[in-house]
Design a protein around this ligand. Structure first.
Ligand SMILES: [Fe+2]
Ligand SMILES: [Fe+2]
Length: 162
């Protein structure tokens, strides 16, 4: 099965679509960054660009699976206060299985999702690649809520990184 097919299995999975839609509804009036399909795809693409530029050699479909799923658990964070990294794993595992990812890949994907909120010193790890891409995906330079955002000043993307 080629990469595109498995990633599109996630994208079209009934439970994936359902949670993306619920999240869209919950964040309809959110003034800060949203966790929508655009954000998920930004993380996928930025991570894959860095993966190429830094020659990290992580598999493309593993990167895309993480990007698509890493924040989907925000639904359960809003509903029952479950930290969204944990909740994304809970929602993500059955979707990954149905999308034909194997046990080993699911372990790697879940570890990166679990750690996507933690800054890591080792820049070559998959966890660090996702953390960096997640942060880089946010356009603070064009954000109306920049002064109210909880991000530290040095974390905010005030310029484009390329
Ligand atoms: Fe997140
Ligand atoms: Fe994110």
């Amino acid at each position: 099965m080629n990469n595109n097919e498995r990633i599109n299995n996630i994208l079209h999975h009934r439970d994936y679509i359902k949670n993306v839609r619920i999240l869209e509804e919950y964040e309809r009036n959110r003034e800060f960054c949203r966790h929508d399909l655009n954000h998920f795809l930004d993380v996928c693409r930025i991570a894959y660009i860095i993966n190429l530029e830094e020659n990290l050699k992580y598999p493309k479909d593993v990167i895309y699976a993480i990007g698509l799923i890493h924040d989907i658990g925000r639904v359960l964070e809003y509903e029952r206060g479950v930290p969204h990294n944990k909740a994304s794993i809970e929602i993500g595992i059955p979707i990954l299985k149905d999308s034909k990812f194997n046990e080993e890949e699911i372990k790697i994907i879940c570890s990166a999702i679990d750690n996507h909120r933690i800054h890591k010193e080792d820049k070559t790890s998959l966890e660090s690649l996702i953390y960096r891409s997640d942060k880089l995906s946010r356009g603070c330079f064009n954000c109306k809520a920049i002064d109210k955002c909880y991000w530290s000043e040095e974390k905010k993307n005030k310029n484009i990184m390329y």
